[in-house]
Each structure stands twice: as C-alpha cells, then as structure tokens.
Design a protein. Structure first.
Ligand SMILES: *Cc1c(COP(=O)(O)O)cnc(C)c1O
Length: 387
C-alpha cells in the first residue's frame, strides 16, 4: 500500500521524505543553497527545460518536499509553496487572470486579499464583484461569460459564517470557472476543499499548518495544470514570493502534529463558544460548531463536524454603540492569559477587536478551563474601571 492510500495520521508522521542511502537520515536535510551546479552545459540546459533545480528562487528540494507533503495530506494532485499566504494569493491570481477577465470574490475575506483585489488587480483591468457568498445563489447571479475565477474563504473572517463549497463547485456544470478556496481557517482534517470540488486551495501556512507561530509561509494546492501555470513561468519566481528552505523545514516539522493540534483547537473553541453563549453579558457568539449557528448543519457535512479554532462574539449593548465598543475594549484589556494579537492557529490564544465591537478569538492549545477562567474574570472585571 502506498502512503497516498494511508490515513492522515500516517501521512503526517512519515511525510514524503525518502532517506538517502548514504546517511539514511530519517528527517529531511535542509538544502540551504541559492544555486545548483550542473555537470555540463548540456546538463544545465536539460535542468532548465525539464524542471530541474537551477536556482533557488525557482525550486529547492526542501520547499518541494513541503509542497508534496501538503498535496499528500489534502489528497490532491500537486502544490506550490510560497514565502507567505499573501505570496500564494498574489501568485495564484497573477498566473490565472489577465486584463478583461472577471472574478467573483466573497465579502468578508482576509482583509489583505480583499485589498489586493481592489487596489491592485482591479487597477490592472481585472473586473471584480464582491458578493455575500454564504448564499451560493449570489455567486450564480454574478457569473458572466468572462468570469475566470470564483474565490471564497470558509469560514469567513471575522463573521465565522460558512460558504457551501460543494454547491458553488456544482455551478461549474453550467459554466466553467476556476474555483479557489482559501482554507486557512479550516485546515485538514477539518476541511478538504478539493474533495468538495474546489480546483485550487490556498493556505497561509503561517497559521494552523505550521502551528507554532514561528514561521511565515503559504501554499496553493490542487489540479496539476493550474499549479503548473503558477510554477511555470514560475510565478513565485517572478513575484519573488519563494519560500526559504529553513522556513520550509520548520513548517514540515510543525505539520507532523497537525491532526492532534487541530483537534485540541476545535475542542477548546467549542468549550469557549458554549461558555460565552451562556454568559449573561454576551450578546451573540459566532461559531459554526454551535447548535445555534445558522451553519451548524453545513459544518457537520463540510467540516467533518469540527467547528474550527476561530470564534467571534459581541457583548450585550450598554448605552450607545460607542459606549458598547468602549466597554468591549475594557474587556479586552482585562484578559491576562489570552494575548491581544493578530494571527491564529498557534499555541497561544489570541484576541482582536473588529468593527462594531466584534471580538475575535483565535483559540490556542492551552487547557480550556484556564482560558474560560481568564474570559470569566475579564467579563466580571470590565465594568470595574482601571485598577
Ligand atoms: C493570514 C491569512 C492570509 C495571509 O497569510 P500570510 O501568511 O499572513 O501572508 C490569507 N488568508 C487568510 C484567511 C489568512 O488568515
């Protein structure tokens, strides 16, 4: 049986590394090099034309191993890794669209992706519509003959609403487009977008996949013909968004424990969501794993019943909107174990404030009861004023 047919746990534990016969090193070496020597001019030309290693901005054995490992766990054809999640987003778009093409994007995506489309792609003559993708019919209504890409995230940020990936993929039966899902908030084993019909999956490896909060990276995974367009004429090469071998190695190491970490993130997030939902000072909790969520059914189907490690909530209004936001800031200033920071998918639990007093929590790997105690104390103390 090949590793491709084995379960996720085994794929993660062994990865794609084959020990070399000389050292039999069980872990992968780091090919920390900028260039590669050829044995002859003919050999050099062969390397250039046949995907050989020529220069490290274009390819590197360590970064290639990471791309193969990610494709192995997603169960898709192939992948490419980049220096950041944004490097993956920009390399993907630049390689697949041209001036005059139309793209459809979901409202409420990662802010820098939205800004890239609005401030950069649209300036280059790409037409873009942003729609509420929580109802796939809104995407259907926007499809045009020149629609090249439908780009969504699920769960969305910071609403934590879900997009029905399978339903959008079905729209391709009527009209062809490239369907791209940013699955950063729901890594394997929560969600497998290519199994649900996505052509390409985008990940910020910085988040759950590396999981240790110590490296920045990105990936695009999926169909070989589309990935080849990103790799050749080598988009990360042109954008300069190539991943460093040392970083690739750190992410390869981080990935080994992905399944165990993700399970804990989800368990903790559900416990916190349930605590907040039952707290008298909390107005509304957004978490797809809660029975009260409008996306609970879809979460069972699309996210393997795992709600993910992200949640958001608002506090009960006191006075004006400004006063409620001011109280929310006091609450955030009272948490101690939880850190005020952006990012997600690492050991520390992180908290951040969004428009309208919406609080987002990126749940970490601490003990759930310690996190709940921190939140309970902050909720109790937020109206006491500064100590
Ligand atoms: C963080 C993030 C990105 C960008 O990734 P970087 O590694 O920070 O460049 C893209 N999409 C989503 C959903 C993210 O959370």
């Amino acid at each position: 049986m090949s590793i491709k047919e084995m379960e996720l746990e085994t794929k993660l534990a062994h990865g794609c590394h084959t020990p070399d016969s000389e050292t039999r090193s069980l872990t992968s070496p780091i090919y920390q090099t900028a260039t590669y020597g050829a044995v002859s001019q003919e050999n050099f030309e062969d390397l250039c034309y046949n995907w050989g290693h020529v220069y490290a901005r274009e390819s590197n054995p360590t970064t290639d191993e990471l791309a193969r490992t990610l494709a192995l766990i997603e169960g898709c054809e192939t992948g490419v890794v980049t220096s950041s999640g944004m490097g993956a987003v920009t390399s993907m778009f630049f390689s697949q669209v041209k001036s005059g093409d139309h793209i459809i994007c979901a409202n409420g995506m990662f802010s820098h992706t939205t800004l890239f489309v609005k401030e950069c792609l649209m300036n280059f003559g790409v037409e873009a519509d942003f729609v509420d993708a929580t109802d796939y019919k809104n995407i259907e209504k926007c499809l045009k003959p020149n629609t090249k890409i439908v780009y969504v995230e699920s769960p969305l940020n910071p609403s934590l609403r879900l997009v029905d990936i399978e339903k959008i993929a079905k729209l391709k039966e009527k009209q062809d487009f490239i369907f791209v899902v940013d699955s950063t908030f729901a890594p394997n084993p929560i969600q497998y977008p290519t199994k649900l019909g996505a052509d390409l999956v985008v990940h910020s490896l910085t988040k759950f996949l590396n999981g240790h909060g110590d490296a920045i990276g990105g990936a695009v995974l999926g169909k070989r013909e589309l990935i080849h367009k990103i790799k050749w004429p080598s988009m990360p090469c042109f954008t300069g968004a190539c991943l460093a071998p040392m970083t690739a190695w750190l992410i390869l190491r981080g990935i080994r424990t992905l399944d165990m970490r993700v399970e804990r993130h989800c368990k903790n997030a559900l416990a916190i969501a349930e605590f907040l939902e039952n707290h008298p000072l909390v107005e509304k909790v957004n978490y797809p794993g809660l029975k009260s969520s409008p996306d609970y059914e879809l979460c069972q189907k699309q996210m393997n019943g795992m709600g993910g490690g992200m949640l958001s909530f608002t506090l009960k209004k006191t006075g004006t909107d400004e006063e409620t936001v001011a109280m929310t800031k006091r609450f955030i200033n009272k948490v101690k174990l939880i850190t005020i920071a952006t990012s997600l998918g690492e050991g520390h639990t992180l908290i951040s404030l969004y428009d309208g007093g919406l609080v987002r929590i990126a749940v970490g790997l601490e003990k759930d009861s310690d996190l709940i105690e921190d939140l309970r104390n902050a909720l109790n103390e937020m109206n006491e004023g500064e100590r």
